[in-house]
Design a protein around this ligand. Sequence first.
Ligand SMILES: Cc1ncc(COP(=O)(O)O)c(C=O)c1O
Length: 441
Amino acid sequence: MVTMGQRASTEADHLFEQAQHYLVGGVSAAARLHPSLGRPFLAARGEGGRVWDVDGNEYVDLNTSFGAALLGHGHPAVRRAIEQALDLGLLCAHETVYQVEAARKISQLVPCAELVRFAGSGTETTWHAVRTARAYTGKHRIVKFEGHFHGYSDTLGYSAWPPLDQAGPADAPVPYTESGGIPPELKQFVIVLPWNDAEALERTLRAQGHEIAAVIMEPINYNSGTLLPQPGYLEAVRQLTRDYNVVLIFDEILSGFRTGPSCAQGYLGVTPDLCTLGKALGGGTALSAFAGRREIMDAVAPRGGAVHSGTFNAHLIPILAANAFLDEIVKPEFYPTLLQRSETLHQGLLDAFERAGLPVWVQAKGARFSLLFGLYDEPRSYREAARWDRELARRFFAAAMRHGVYFHFAWHHGLSIQHTDEDVARALEGIEAAAREVAAS
Ligand SMILES: Cc1ncc(COP(=O)(O)O)c(C=O)c1O
């Protein structure tokens, strides 16, 4: 009989060994390698709030596909959407009524989204948002913030998680190139600033605003420990970007739909010029979007000169799945259920770690949270958060998997709408057992 969270065994190891013959490093995405396992988590299937590995072990899934599975795995509405796409002949590279429908729904929910364009991945869409801002302003440099992640493009591949010894002074960080293969000449277009520091932005815009096209940020910085904007900070950024004719972009690929249907911008009450959406939007299928003020989006071809096109843009499967997702999230019970259950989980995590005597700071907002191992206070900046104890985390995540709870080795984790009260209770039981084990070792 298969029990939850048995020690991973031969099938996964065998498969990973095979994978390395055909896939670079045995994975399809570098981040899928799991330091606690020494290989990726090799999944067999998912259903609701649970996943099964190839050895038949069952887990409560607290990774939820890095946030893409906000509807959980195999949601019936998404299944129906995919069946509808099949019925329509999987029409590809055509405009249909369904893209208009999805764009209209986004426009009605998300404050800045007067016009919308769809793409496939988050990486693509942040890159297009920056291109759009450059075309609109005629300027080329961009400001991004230390600890904020915007995908893997050459345009934005800087200082997402810089090693602290290579990050430069805290008040004037040095852009850290996150990938090999990015021409060093591109660095001149990027200014990296500390987040939550309105004075640093003011100084930069005063001196270089005439060269800066865009300021891009995660309005809730889930990628560095669910860091929150300090009171007044976003308002100050909004005013400064307006004053200097700089496009303000909120990258809501992760923060979108975590706190409510109007995304972080609606929740926090500050409307950017452009935003990007992704992950949850496609209901577990590959869809992203950039959206924003009509005047700026008009810089996109064919209205303007910033080319954005693609054979697979707004493919019917993700578009119909997004329509289903957008219908689900406006149901009156959706957010109260999701947020209440998330709150129960977050409080339960605090209690479980405290009872087990394992030092973990639980930092949560909406349906996503971070576990900052070895921290005792709320981090206010990337540099504070980046001190978390990775070795403790590695051991905890391994133990949690042995106790039937799946975490990726990630900066953020979270629930889906299909997680039940029982899933939450089961997860907390496994987490406490894992925390006790790690604390005792
Ligand atoms: C805030 C943010 N922006 C961009 C991306 C990149 O998205 P994708 O992995 O779909 O390319 C991510 C992915 O984690 C993200 O969290």
